[in-house]
Design a protein around this ligand. Sequence first.
Ligand SMILES: *Cc1c(COP(=O)(O)O)cnc(C)c1O
Length: 398
Amino acid sequence: MTHLPSDQNASGRDLGAEELALLETAVRSGTLTSTKGQFVAQLEQEFAELLGAGHAVACASGSAAVHIAVAALDLEPGDEIITTPITDMGALAPLLFQGVIPVFADVDPATLNVTADTIAARLSPRTRAVIVTHLFGCPVDMAPVMALAGEHGFPVIEDAAQAFLAESQGAPIGTIGSIGCFSFQQGKHMTSGEGGIVVTDDDGLARRMRLFVNKAWGYGDPQPDHYFLALNYRLTELQGAVALAQLRKLPAAVKHRRSMAERLAGAVEDLPGLSTPRAPEGAVHSYWRFPLWVDPAVVDGGVDYLARALREVDIPAAPRYIQKPAFETQVFAEQNTFGSSRWPFTLADPEAVDYSPSRYPGAYQGLDQVLVLPFNEQFTAEHVDVIAGEIRAALEGR
Ligand SMILES: *Cc1c(COP(=O)(O)O)cnc(C)c1O
């Protein structure tokens, strides 16, 4: 059996001479902090240029990216942000640290993404923003979301951690809302081990986000001070050097992922009971992972059967992605926050923290039917053909 490349080590990553060369320059310069060095600044400039964004601000992680985005909105404790229960905890914890109540919208079971309709169902007088997560690299259907946000006058934050260079109506994902957030964690489209970056066209938001990364110290101001509560969320020059080399490879890496994903989808899409990833009309997927949807009414044993069959031949297929919606984790279910205070949940309207399963039919159905296949830039035609052959064998019988 072919051993599939893994993004957890060199087999599935493109880390080599380019990264080492920039890293060596960074080390030899002796300047490892971004407040004095060149690499993080250069990374920000090239990232903003690639996306056509006005500003980019690098930071320590994707979680930090979401945190600085939320902090930039300067909300009141108890204010609400509508988000998704199918995401990384790093996209939710920052809201609680800022005293904001995450209000979970349901998702479309066919993508596990929020929609304008599921967001609209959770609007309240305390809604101050929405975070849309482009899960697995599949864009949220942005036009109706932006129309809804415009109508109600709240900003949209895009969590693009899984959607580097995905597009919607010709615009890069991350540049459609007010702020786009990205992660450079080991398993993302580009990596420096850990790291993150945000983009925005808004000068005021860019300044607040840059301050939040720097303990709100006004570097370069005539009379700098620590203007408000903030953290040190800086990326180091070491990470900046590696991320810069990775960024320069990103367009080719995403192009390759797309062509391999299309090959894989084309090879299995005729199989009954199976759905391959589909971007909404006018959008382009960037395939962080390759999710399949398995209809248990057609495929006996559903997602568990197919996962088991693929695992037997060394294809690490993961049924149910994160297993359960975020509101079922102990953080939310037991409101484990600061000491025994339960703050900021104590400020929430009961409606905002009502996690009854009946509110989330899409989330439960989608998780029950999704099978996440690994994917990375080192997958070749041979790898995807083997995967497709094994899926076919499992579903059609040998
Ligand atoms: C990875 C990820 C994050 C968090 O990024 P970290 O760099 O791990 O902190 C946030 N949101 C989504 C959707 C992610 O996939």
